[in-house]
Structure formats: C-alpha cells, structure tokens
Design a protein around this ligand. Sequence first.
Ligand code: HSE
Length: 437
Amino acid sequence: MAEALRVGIAGLGTVGASVARLLATKASELTRQCGRDLVVTAVSARSRGRDRGVDLSGAQWFDDPVEMAKSAPIDVFVGLIGGDEGPARAGVKAALEASRHVVTANKALLAKHGVSLAEVAEKRGVLLNYEAAVAGGIPVIKTMREALAGNSVTRVFGILNGTCNYILTRMEAEGLSFDACLKDAQRLGYAEADPTFDIEGHDTAHKLSILSSLAFGHRIAADDIYLEGISNITQADIRAAGELGYRIKLLGVAQRTDSGVEQRVHPTMVPTASVIAQVHGVTNAVAIETDILGELLLSGPGAGGNATASAVIGDIADIAKSRPGFQHGPVFGRPAKELAPYKKALMRAHAGGYFIRFTVHDRIGVFAAIAKRMADNEISLESIVQHAGGTADATQKTVILVTHETTEAAVRKAVDGVTKDGHLVDKPQVIRIERAG
Ligand code: HSE
C-alpha cells in the first residue's frame, strides 16, 4: 500500500472537529477507497484543551497555523479558520508556498484572494481544493470545474446560504419572527460567527463570486456584486408572495448579458411550482444553465458541520488518490493567469419582472396615481392587488403590483415617482422575480 497521506487541520471549530471525527470513524472505508491511510498528523486551533469528541493526542499540536503550514510533517493543509486575512490567509498561503496541497472551506478567503492563491498553487504544482466553500456538501465545484467542459454557461443561480433559507422557510411555514428563526439557526451551527454575514447576503456573495468565475472564466469580483439581504422581508411580503403564486428565496444569480456579467444577491420571488421553490430549510440548491445541457439543478445540505466536512473529506480523498503528473486541472477550471478581467453588467439594465408592495393612505386617486407612474415608465402590470383590511390602521391600505418584464431603471424611476406623489405611509418594498423552471 502507498504511504499514508499526512493531514494537518488548522481550525477545530464546528467543521474542523467534524472533519477530524469523520477521518477517525471512516478511516477504514477511506483507506479502501483511496488505497492508502489518511492520518491526521498535525492540528492547530485556538484552544488546546477543549473536548471535540475525537482523540487527537497522536497529532502534533501547533499554536500557530503558519508554523504548522511550514514545518509540520504533512502533505495536505486543511484550512478551516474563518476570515479573509490574518491566520486564515497566512496559513493557506504558507502551505502553498511550501508546496503542500491545500483543502479549504473558507469562501471569504477565496472570494478575496482566490486568484492569487490559485497562481501560487499552479506555480508550485499543488492542489487547492475548495468544494466545501460553496453550498456545503453539494459537489458543485467538481461539477463546474470538471464535468461541464465544453459547455458555455449562460446563468448560474442558487440558494447558497442555509441560514437564510432556514429563516425564510420557518417564517413562511410557522409564521415565526425573523429573530427567533435566526437564533435557532445559530444554535444548530448553520450561521457564520457573525450572522450579519448570512442575513445581509455577504456569505452568498462570496460563494456566488466563486461560481461566477468558474462559469464565465473571469477573475473573482466579490466586491462588485449587487447586494441586498433578507432582514427587511416581512410576513406581509411572505403572505403576498404566496397569494400571487410565488415564494421568497435569497438567491445569488450570475448571468451573462449583452453588456457583461450580472452578479446579484437579493431576496427573490420564484414561482411556487418551480423546483427551486421546493428547496426548504438549510438545504442549498444550485442551478446551472448551459448551451449543451440546458438546466442542471443540484441540491443538498448546504451548512452544518457534517455537510461541510463531507465536502472537505472528498477533497482530501481526491488528493490521496492523485499521483504526481496525474492530478486534477487548474483551480478555477482554467489557468489562473488566463482568467479575464470581470466585465460588469450594470444593475440598472437588469431585465425581469418585479413585485412591488406599497403601503398607502386610503384616499381617492392613489391607485390611479400609482398606475400612471407605471404607465409613464412603460411598465406593464401583470397583477394588481388591494384587499379590504390588511393593515392595522383602517386609513391605510396595501397595494401590491406584479410587473411583466421591465428594467431595473424603469422600476426605480416609477417607485421614486410614487414616493414623490406623497401617498405612501412607509418605504416601498421591491422584490425581483426570477425565472426558474
Ligand atoms: N453560514 C453558512 C450558511 C454556512 O448558512 O450557509 C455555510 O457556508
């Protein structure tokens, strides 16, 4: 049998501890599959004493992950420390520079420094695997990097944050408050250390930037993503969406357009009958549309220790099975040096349908004024809904519009116009509708 693959784990939080436990409990299965043992020979974490449910006494302990990356007896550095700078970045960089393979689940790090790290990996001839960084346990990186050769991707979109999907699902199903659902997501280990990363869409944006680069061959542009989170989604929106045949999901969407690539993260109305609308709870889903294949949809567990650890272990096993001269291709599907600059499509040019919810003073002419602003901006309406009641204050009414395809610029102008007309009680709510099969 070949020599054991020596694994060093940096970061023993929810994911790191799951990886260590699974490497121990699945050791004989992994040895059979890889043709060699996978042995944890080094670990580094903040607190040495904590019980993580696995015996790590045989591994060399390092207080400093960079020291571990440089000098531990390891073949693979598994980077599971959070953050896009500090020890997370320094450890991965030092490992690649020391010609060690790297496996990481750190999407923030890849979103910010993925291309430069890929350049180091490719120069040193080592692997940088990051399946766990996007959509937890779903093998979407392998799919895009390896299985779609020759396909031209037109759009990739998905539910990329388990915490947000968990919150939206429970708010809809149980009528619970946003805060109660978020607390449960944190308790269950889905949320990031700072949950604003989840609910304000940053985590989705990091993952989307990686998918967009793989899909369209451009350098990662995580700072150039249109971003809206879910914190202003209310029960009123959820109920209105349901009534009109839609469900609200936080989607990340990257789409090729005539003027460039659109990258956007925002709450989205998807038809209730679509497959992506059936993705509930912490489950993630990624839809990839290509010229050859049509639409491919992958779904599965997107957050939590074991889901993420499953992808990490798959990446480690790939390294165990690889042989010098017979390794997988470049980190982002094409050599890092050949990734093109990101050509951004302007958000104002985005074309699609829109859901608009106005809370208005209940008086003569309001409906007509709203309709006029829409017509003045050449917005065609698919439905208009106003119910008797619906607000706590009898002098107010909720007016809901669903538009046919129009542009972001037209909607913004029309909504600004309605706001200026002085009929609104509070801020209008605008939610984009996404075509989904
Ligand atoms: N906080 C992330 C989520 C974990 O909720 O999806 C996986 O990246």
